[in-house]
Structures are given as structure tokens and as C-alpha cells.
Design a protein around this ligand. Structure first.
Ligand code: HEC
Ligand code: HEC
Length: 380
């Protein structure tokens, strides 16, 4: 699908070679005659493919460590930050399609802290990078693909909604969004997720996460009904999280830093690893204090909405910005998470010798609930 289909021992490669036995014999003859190499072309193809796949996995491993582990955990165990789900779960890996993984990574999960990472959306990752990440996630998969029941759903929406409200809403939110756990009502996600995947997740659950298995309590009929309810959820995404009108290719140019270059020194800021309360930062901004606000998230999120005056310095690759950032002004890092990505960025700034570094305590969500100013687009 994304070029991953040609993995080691891929059925396509094997079938092709199996159909041309004369090629193998000819090569054997040639190699045999010269006595230089006893490999058959099959071995050769396997070796090249294995090397390519190893390269892909290594690239994916590097990207994952830099961009993803802060929330999903070093080994995909999940829940490092923001209810980021487990990616290593054997039942997840056995049932999810590469297309679905690609969609989640490329386009993100609107309304959550999962950013859109693809260059097409203004993020840092090429198609090859995303394929490498998928290869890395797949390298965690030990078991075979699950057998999924992909039949059309035949449940009753009305009965399903009753079950949903009783069993699911406390974790997944009304209509599958806005709850404490993974959004299962997002229209883009639902449209690329099969009935088989959904049935499998609901039946088996995802122990040891809090997702219970419902095979015993709801039975096949109840699961069919709840599936019908889920299929009735797709809803337009809130305007604030909609796809931006155009992607701004990263890295975004750094805007003016610091703000208020002639202003007074901010008061009450707490040095990293301490954090500074949003109300205090806001008050210092209002006072015209000299400071810079750094948005640590992927640039896609920055262009969607950021704190007014903030500049984009993504946590996974801040180095190009180091020589442009002031060393004598306070740098306030924030994300939506509320601390995960901003904490990473602050750590890297301190390691690079910046002294006046702090993290905004509550992140962008709190900033917005207070009605403090935000901007959209690629400018501060
Ligand atoms: C106690 C909280 C809780 C309840 C109750 C719950 N879930 Fe979940 N659900 C979760 C968590 C947490 C995950 C993510 C698990 C992981 O990290 O693998 C999840 C995952 C899922 C997924 C897979 C999503 C994906 O992309 O991998 C589906 C589908 C799902 N839940 C449906 C339901 C339905 C339908 C119900 C009610 C019948 C329900 N859940 C009840 C917590 C819950
Ligand atoms: C700021 C935290 C954060 C970072 C960084 C992050 N994610 Fe996520 N990710 C999440 C959250 C939260 C969700 C669940 C979104 C939802 O509720 O729908 C998620 C969902 C996903 C899913 C869908 C899982 C499922 O069950 O369907 C995949 C795949 C994924 N992330 C991969 C990645 C990869 C690869 C990276 C790095 C390029 C990454 N994530 C970086 C927070 C994060």
C-alpha cells in the first residue's frame, strides 16, 4: 500500500519469483559456473529487502524517539502524557490497518493533542518518514494478523445509544468525543476504521488499559447495537481544529523575539523544571515585560491556533532556532499537553545553555478558557 508490502518474504515477491523458476535456474547456472556466489536470486532479493526494511525501521525508531515517545512512551506502552493510547498493544497491532495508522499520523486526531505530522498538512514528516514510523510500530508486532468479522453492521441505533450512554460515555465522551479517553467519534477516523476493527476492540477490550472487553456483558447483539450507535456519530470537526486553509512548510520563520525588547524584566517566573502559572505570564505580558513565548508543538498546531505573540519552536527539533533566541530574556515554553512537549523543549534549551527558561503551567487549553488572546496562521 505504502511500499511496505514488499517486506521480507513478502507474498508478492515470493509469488513473482515462484512463477519464474527458469530465472532461478539460469542464475544458479551462471553463479555456479563462476563459482563466486552460491546465492539464488531469491536470497539476493531477500537480502536487499531485509536491508531496506532494517533501514526503514531504524529511521522510524529515530523519529519515534524524537517525536512520539514523549506521549506514547519509549516502547509504545502509552499514557506517558495526555491519554496517548498504547501503540504496542498486541490486539491493536493485530487488528489495525496500515492505512489507519498512516491517517492517524499524517492527519492527527483533531480536537486532541495528537498533531498532524505530515508535510502535506504543514508538519515535519514526508510520506517515507511516516512509512518508516509504521515499519517501526510493526516491528513491535509479534503475533499474526487477527481474523476480523468485517460483515455489515446490523445493529439498532436506538438500543445502541442506550448501551453507549450506560457503558461508554464516561470514558469516550458524548458521541465519542471530549471524553477522557481516545476519541472514537472523530469522523475522519471512523471513516477509515472497519467494522471488524471496532467489533474486535469492543469484544476483547485492551487489558491492561482501562478499556474493558464487552464480549461477555453485552453479547454479540449488544455489540452490534453499540456499533450501530458508533456509526451514527460521525460529526463535523469543531472549527478550531479543522484542516487549515493552507499548509505552511516547516520550519516556520522565527518571529520577533523577545516581545517588548525594551520592557521590564518579568517578575515571579519559576526556572525549569519549575513551571509558571498562565495568569502570571498573562499579567506580565499585559505589563509589557520583556519575554518570548515558544510554542513547542508541531507547526501544524501552531498555525491552527497559538498564544498571540508566540513563535514556533518545535520540541523535536529546536536546534536551528538556538542562535536566534535571546539568551538574556525569559523564554516561556508551552504546549497543549499541558507539560509534555513544552517540558522536552525546556530541557533542550537548558542543555544548550539557556538560563531563563520556564514552562507555562497549564498549556494552551487553560489559556483559552481564560479568554486570553490567541492567533492563527504562520505569524505570531
Ligand atoms: C473505563 C474507560 C473505558 C470504557 C468504559 C470504555 N472504553 Fe473504550 N477505550 C478506553 C481506552 C483507555 C482505550 C484505549 C486503549 C489503548 O490504549 O489501547 C479505548 C479504546 C477503544 C476503542 C479502540 C480505539 C482505537 O483507536 O484503538 C474502541 C473502538 C472503544 N474503546 C470503544 C468502546 C465502547 C463502544 C465502549 C462501551 C461499550 C467503551 N469503549 C468503553 C477506555 C474505555
Ligand atoms: C502530545 C502527545 C502526542 C505526541 C507527541 C504524539 N501523539 Fe499520537 N496520540 C496522542 C493522543 C492523545 C492520541 C489519541 C487521540 C484521540 O483521542 O483520538 C494519539 C493517537 C495516535 C494514534 C492512533 C492510535 C489508535 O489507537 O488508533 C497513532 C497511530 C499515533 N498516535 C501515533 C503517533 C506517532 C507515530 C507520533 C510521533 C510522530 C505521535 N503519535 C505523537 C498523543 C500524542
Amino acid at each position: 500500500m505504502f511500499g511496505l508490502g514488499f517486506g521480507v518474504g513478502s507474498p508478492r515477491v515470493m509469488a513473482f519469483l515462484g512463477n519464474v523458476p527458469w530465472l532461478c535456474s539460469l542464475a544458479l547456472l551462471v553463479f555456479g559456473a563462476f563459482g563466486c556466489n552460491h546465492d539464488t536470486p531469491t536470497d539476493e532479493v531477500k537480502r536487499i529487502e531485509a536491508a531496506r526494511q532494517a533501514e526503514r525501521i531504524a529511521r522510524g525508531d529515530e523519529l519515534y524517539g524524537r517525536m512520539c515517545k514523549v506521549c506514547h512512551g519509549a516502547n509504545g506502552e502509552g499514557y506517558k502524557a495526555d491519554q496517548a493510547p498504547a501503540l504496542v498493544h498486541p490486539d491493536f497491532l493485530a487488528s489495525v490497518e496500515d492505512d489507519s495508522l498512516y491517517g492517524s499520523i499524517a492527519d492527527g486526531r483533531p480536537g486532541t493533542t495528537m498533531s498532524a505530522w505530515s508535510a502535506a498538512r504543514g508538519g515535519p514528516l514526508s510520506q517515507g518518514d511516516i512509512e518508516a514510523l509504521i515499519a517501526h510500530l510493526r516491528s513491535w508486532q509479534k503475533g499474526p494478523r487477527a481474523t476480523l468479522d468485517e460483515r455489515r453492521q446490523t445493529g439498532d441505533i436506538g438500543r445502541g445509544l442506550v448501551i453507549y450512554d450506560r457503558e461508554c460515555v464516561r470514558c469516550h465522551g458524548a458521541k465519542g468525543v471530549g471524553g477522557p479517553n481516545i476519541h472514537i467519534g472523530d469522523s475522519a477516523w471512523l471513516s477509515r476504521t472497519s467494522n471488524g476493527f471496532l467489533r474486535y476492540a469492543i469484544e476483547k477490550g485492551r487489558a491492561p488499559t482501562s478499556m474493558p472487553g464487552f464480549a461477555a456483558t453485552l453479547g454479540p447483539a449488544g455489540i452490534e447495537d453499540v456499533l450501530a450507535a458508533l456509526r451514527s456519530f460521525p460529526q463535523p470537526i469543531a472549527a478550531a481544529n479543522a484542516r487549515p486553509a493552507r499548509a505552511f512548510p516547516p520550519p516556520l520563520p522565527l518571529g520577533p523575539v523577545p516581545l517588548h525588547p525594551k520592557g521590564p524584566e518579568p517578575e515571579g517566573f519559576v526556572i525549569h523544571p519549575g513551571t509558571t502559572h498562565a495568569e502570571l505570564v498573562h499579567a506580565q505580558l499585559e505589563r509589557g515585560a520583556r519575554l518570548a513565548i515558544l510554542d513547542a508543538r508541531a507547526p501544524t498546531d501552531y498555525t491552527n491556533e497559538h498564544i498571540a505573540g508566540a513563535v514556533s519552536v518545535p520540541f523535536y527539533d529546536p536546534t536551528p532556532y538556538f542562535d536566534k533566541l535571546p539568551r538574556d530574556a525569559w523564554l516561556v515554553c508551552y504546549c497543549a499537553c499541558p507539560h509534555a512537549e513544552s517540558g522536552e523543549l525546556a530541557g533542550k534549551l537548558v542543555a544548550a545553555g539557556f538560563k531563563k527558561v520556564t514552562v507555562l503551567d497549564e498549556g494552551l487549553g487553560f489559556w483559552k478558557t481564560k479568554g486570553f488572546k490567541t492567533s492563527t496562521g504562520d505569524k505570531p
